[in-house]
Design a protein around this ligand. Structure first.
Ligand SMILES: Cc1cc2nc3c(=O)[nH]c(=O)nc-3n(C[C@H](O)[C@H](O)[C@H](O)COP(=O)(O)OP(=O)(O)OC[C@H]3O[C@@H](n4cnc5c(N)ncnc54)[C@H](O)[C@@H]3O)c2cc1C
Length: 408
């Protein structure tokens, strides 16, 4: 009987395990994860887990794993891959043989060397344990400092304001959301935060961070001092590649995989936040995505290819973020775009279409309340996947349905 081992019990690993069964794989499947919980979804960690104190949103319960014949080993890490012996060594010293191995080791929150994460007042947010440690500080009367104007920092700022805490958000660059988000959309986000009372400071330089028993003091280069009950560092994350690296697998901004999610060892696959992959739709450009849907879809694709399908990556990158009543969504990659066309869906919702020099639609970024932009972003995604060159005037005209452009 074949034995498949999956390292990393997050969204991607769990999805891969179930997808293997859905494809009829009847060999042994073992899912190994460092965290002491069954796989759970991370997006609620900066949202409901903080605002409502929600418990982990599990991908599936223990009974479902059991029913599918998926063995879960949680609270245990894979310490090494023995490629010659085709087995993995666990942190408890035991060994698991594999015929095929999938690495879904995810990413870890980056820390500031000058102020490493502590068990006290300096925190990062990646796990449910992190969210549980952060939440008690988010009460009314408390002051939260956040370093980093990326998605996680901004979502946490919104959650903190909902709970009545005051928030100072510090961003070193001239604006928030510099990675992949157009300035026009970042400005809407920024205004919404300022309107909600967040003290949002861009272009700042930090001179010192001092953790004291009762507060964290952040001194800026211009002499300003911010005293906070809690400092959350939201400066991005780094792919967990140490295991793959030590095993001699190729690394390139993540575990390097080919279009079938295969690593430099043909029996080892990698998927989700931990891997970088070539995107055929964008000329084979290698990217690494940290996105829930990517983790979900790549789990399924890895399962298919471990089962012998040889199916290439074909999905369009997609990401969403919820802040207050606003939802932001981005489909595709805007880099290389030379024209941007704006489509106003209402006074509060709009989409920007990013077009290449030859008119091909590369990406669409939108923002609006609730699900105001969801449908058009979904259709834009289909236009991107189909390699369409839509008429810019039609994109700009909300009365012309994007569905029509798809059919044209
Ligand atoms: C706070 C937060 C909010 C987010 N919000 C959004 C959002 O709104 N929209 C969106 O699209 N995406 C969002 N994301 C991103 C999304 O959650 C991730 O892209 C997704 O979780 C990646 O799944 P993964 O399975 O690849 O990795 P992970 O979820 O990181 O899971 C990897 C697992 O592998 C384990 N592991 C690592 N090394 C080993 C080892 N050696 N042995 C055993 N286990 C190991 C880790 O402990 C971890 O449990 C958010 C992420 C965070 C942290």
């Amino acid at each position: 009987m074949s034995s498949f081992v999956i390292v990393g019990a997050g969204e991607c690993g769990a999805r891969a395990a179930f997808a293997l069964r859905e494809r009829g794989f009847d060999g042994a499947i073992t899912l190994v994860g460092t965290e002491p919980l069954l796989p759970y979804e991370r997006p609620p960690l900066s949202k409901d887990a903080i605002v409502a104190g929600a418990g982990p949103k599990f991908v599936a319960d223990a009974a479902r794993f059991e029913a599918e014949g998926i063995r879960t080993i949680i609270g245990v890490s894979v310490a090494a891959i023995d490629r010659a012996g085709r087995s993995v060594v666990l942190s408890d010293g035991s060994r698991l043989p594999y015929d095929k191995l999938l690495l879904t080791t995810g990413a870890s929150a980056r820390e500031l060397p000058a102020a490493p994460c502590s068990d006290g007042r300096i925190r990062v947010l990646r796990s449910h344990a992190d969210a549980s440690a952060i939440r008690p500080h988010m009460a009314e009367g408390s002051h939260i400092a956040i370093i980093g104007g990326g998605f996680i920092g901004l979502e946490l700022a919104a959650s903190a304001r909902k709970l009545g805490a005051s928030v100072t958000l510090l961003e070193g660059l001239p604006r928030v959301l510099t990675r992949g988000v157009p300035a026009e959309i970042a400005e809407v986000v920024c205004n919404r935060h300022r309107g909600a009372g967040v003290d949002l400071l861009c272009g700042i330089k930090i001179a010192a961070i001092e953790e004291r028993p009762s507060e964290v003091r952040i001194t800026l280069e211009d002499g300003r001092v911010i005293a906070a009950n809690l400092l959350i560092v939201g400066i991005g994350s780094a792919p967990n590649v140490a295991l793959a690296d030590a095993a001699g697998l190729a690394i390139d901004n993540g575990i390097a995989v080919d279009q079938h999610l295969r690593t430099s060892d043909s029996d080892i696959f990698a998927a989700g936040d931990c891997c970088s992959y070539p995107l055929g739709l964008y000329g084979g450009r290698r990217i690494r995505l940290e996105s829930w849907r990517n983790a979900h879809e790549q789990g399924e694709l890895a399962a298919a290819n471990m089962a012998g399908a040889e199916a290439p990556i074909s999905s369009v990158p997609w990401f969403w973020s919820d802040q207050y009543d606003l939802t932001l969504q981005i489909a595709g990659l805007a880099e290389g775009a030379v024209t941007t066309v704006r489509r106003d869906l209402s006074a509060e919702a709009f989409i920007l279409f990013h077009l290449a020099g030859d008119g091909r639609l590369l990406a669409a970024s939108g923002i609006g309340p609730g699900n105001a932009i969801a449908r058009d972003i979904r259709l834009a995604e289909m236009l991107i996947a189909a390699g369409r060159h839509p008429d810019p005037a039609a994109l700009a005209a909300p009365e012309i349905k994007l569905k029509q452009l798809l059919a044209a």
